[in-house]
Design a protein around this ligand. Structure first.
Ligand code: SAM
Length: 294
């Protein structure tokens, strides 16, 4: 039984963070002519009505996209993402929030394609309706792991996999590391983006260790926190691991995340973290020469 419904959370600060990164990764794929494939393993419904009762319940978008979408001092790199949101809200009133499939679709060129998997029957039906006549999009009612098994590596051998679990079951960090490890073993040059919520420090340290020991290399970590580690009243922040990120992504991402943090955390709590959780190659231990005995 799937209880998680993203409509309760659509457009919150975590979506703003995630979709900002998603647009940067997809735009980087435009740098080469060759086609790419985007796989969204937990696709959601692609378009969220922020006036819906579920969305209105906690109005999480008020602390998220509502703070960002009309800012005229946004960094240029944010433009592609903000354009998507503005296109869906042409009357300067925030009513609709585009999910990852809809944002990604605007960044597909004619030769690119995307595959969306969603396990919730109702949500999948909505997703199918959105992309019904789209030849570049394939929608599958399917579990994320089954989709990873079936579509990785894509025939293009270029692209991005977004793994955006709702974290609605225990031991999800462990499960995701295993899924990522298996998918990476089949496609070690692919770009993978794995979203996660910031939980208690002990849980995060364990996740960090699992990733470091997974054998997956070249993992960039981006995190945005709006509250300190002791905050317990909800999600204090979130992060994304990016495997095989575009060249020099960290340089362009840092000012972008810093700007988002300032806008999304008016109280000035939390902060941004951007570092290599696992660098490209293991750091070679200095070689100590043994003295030759005569
Ligand atoms: N990626 C979407 C976006 O950014 O707009 C949001 C996705 S939401 C966080 C997670 C989605 O995963 C929900 O729609 C949920 O129904 C779906 N889901 C939950 N478990 C799943 C599974 N095992 N496989 C595929 N989808 C799953």
């Amino acid at each position: 039984m799937l209880s998680y419904r993203h409509l309760f959370h659509a457009g919150n600060f975590a979506d703003v963070f995630k979709h900002t990164l998603l647009t940067q990764l997809l735009l980087a794929l435009h740098k080469k002519e060759a086609p790419f494939c985007y796989l969204d393993t937990h696709a959601g419904i692609a378009l969220y009505d922020l006036q819906h009762a579920w969305s209105q319940k906690a109005q999480e978008h008020e602390q998220g996209i509502a703070r960002v979408w009309q800012r005229d001092d946004a960094p240029p790199a944010l433009q592609a993402y903000l354009d998507c949101v503005r296109r869906d809200n042409p009357n300067a009133r925030l009513r609709w929030y585009p999910g990852s499939p809809r944002i990604a679709r605007t960044l597909l060129r004619e030769r690119d394609r995307m595959v969306l998997s969603e396990l919730n029957v109702e949500d999948c039906a909505k997703l199918e309706a959105v992309f019904a006549s789209d030849r570049q999009t394939s929608v599958r009612h399917m579990d994320a792991d089954a989709a990873l098994n079936m579509f990785v590596p894509p025939r293009e051998r270029r692209g991005l996999v977004l793994i955006d679990s709702p974290f609605d079951r225990a031991r999800e960090f462990e499960r995701l590391v295993q899924s990522l490890k298996r998918a990476h073993a089949r496609w070690d040059t692919g770009m993978f983006a794995l979203w996660y919520p910031l939980m208690q420090p002990g849980i995060m340290r364990r996740f960090e260790r699992l990733m470091i020991n997974s054998g997956v290399r070249k993992v960039l970590r981006a995190e945005l926190a709006l509250h300190s580690e002791t905050w317990t009243l909800g999600m204090r922040g979130c992060g994304m691991l990016i495997v095989n990120p575009p060249w020099r992504l960290e340089q362009s991402l840092r000012p972008l995340l810093q700007w988002l943090w300032q806008v999304l955390s008016p109280a000035g709590e939390g902060g941004v973290r951007l570092d290599w959780l696992v660098p490209e190659a293991p750091v070679a231990a200095p070689r100590i020469r043994s003295r030759q005995r005569n």
